[in-house]
Design a binder for this molecule. Structure first.
Ligand code: ADP
Ligand code: MG
Length: 313
């Protein structure tokens, strides 16, 4: 478990992270989501003990990062932003070096290094120099470095930046797999990534936390009303009558008029009311032909933007 309480980090007068608090439970895959400069890397660096907060407390598996830094650090495998690797080492040498740094028992070292190399799909390239590997493989090597030593917690700073779509899918699948046996915190400025991998999202903007929730709840939080798009042929102009007939309708708005004389309307109702059946029957009664009907989705993207905009006010 990770507990962050009222943590602030200042660089001189500039506040990088301001009074943030959150808890991460065992086995969670948590996404730290925010635009560039939001404070994601700063937060991660504080969790790993790589930099010290100006105020506040962080405990990792019960160890305070300032009072018991070694114990706290041992719980964490950290993959920093931008894959800083020792490029003149082979994959195996690099992972072995990381194992030494993490004080993996000499007797077990070889075996543990091999295990991690296999886990991250690096067996075929274990004797290649890391500098000769593709970006996607370098990321795997970096991941292997974080994994060696069996940390309970993995902290991955922007793990998919700079990768092509195929590599992104591979790394995401690897993270999901690792999430079954580890607590994972990853940062990203990409929403779809976080919603695909994580079961909890911490949205951070300008150093402050603006929301902590599941991806699903975040979507629900911003979709206060529920909206349906209907495209109709309404030659007799009876849409206004409909509004009086279906009392659950809060608002009808003309979205667009199409060349084929059909019109698209946005129909708004209170949350949790599904108007589709009533729309079908009432529209038919009024001789309005429905060409298309669909529910308007609110995406995590909308949630993110609304939360960030709210934070800027
Ligand atoms: P993110 O990872 O979300 O892009 P960072 O945590 O790297 O954001 O940065 C948060 C803020 O702190 C930014 O405004 C950045 O300029 C500032 N910052 C980060 N590191 C330093 C530093 N070493 N010295 C001064 N300011 C810094
Ligand atoms: Mg960063």
């Amino acid at each position: 478990m990770i507990e962050v309480k009222n943590v602030t980090k200042k660089y001189g007068k500039a506040v990088a992270v301001e009074d943030i608090s959150f808890t991460i439970n065992d086995g969670e895959i948590v996404g730290l989501l925010g635009p560039n400069g939001a404070g994601k890397s700063t937060t991660m660096n504080i969790l790993t003990g790589y930099i010290e907060q100006t105020s506040g407390d962080v405990t990792i598996e019960g160890y305070n990062t300032l009072k018991k830094p070694k114990k706290a650090k041992m719980q964490i495998g950290y993959m920093a932003e931008g894959v800083p690797l020792y490029t003149d080492l082979t994959v195996k040498e690099f992972v072995t070096y990381m194992a030494e740094l993490k004080k993996v028992n000499r007797k077990e070292r070889k075996e543990k290094v091999q295990k991690v190399i296999e886990q991250t799909g690096l067996k075929d390239v274990e004797n290649k120099l890391t500098k000769n590997l593709s970006r996607g493989y370098k990321q795997r090597v970096s991941m292997a470095g974080a994994l060696v030593g069996d940390p309970k917690i993995l902290i991955l700073d922007e793990p998919t930046v700079g990768l092509d779509p195929k590599q992104i899918t591979e790394i995401r699948n690897l993270i999901k797999e690792l999430g079954k046996t580890h607590t994972v915190i990853l940062s990203s400025h990409i929403l779809s990534e976080v919603s695909q991998i994580c079961n909890k999202v911490i949205i951070i903007n300008k150093g402050k936390i603006v929301a902590i929730d599941t991806p699903e709840n975040l979507e629900n939080r911003v979709s206060k009303n529920n909206c349906i798009y209907v495209t109709v042929e309404d030659t007799e102009n009876k849409i206004d009558k409909i509004k009086n007939e279906i009392k659950e309708i809060k608002n009808i708005e003309l979205v667009q008029e199409n060349e084929d004389k059909t019109k698209q309307y946005l129909i708004e109702a209170d949350k949790d009311i599904d108007l589709r059946k009533k729309i079908f029957s009432e529209f038919a009664k009024e001789n309005i032909t429905i060409f298309e009907m669909k529910k308007a989705d609110t995406t995590l993207e909308d949630a993110f933007i609304k939360l960030i905009e709210g934070g800027n006010k």
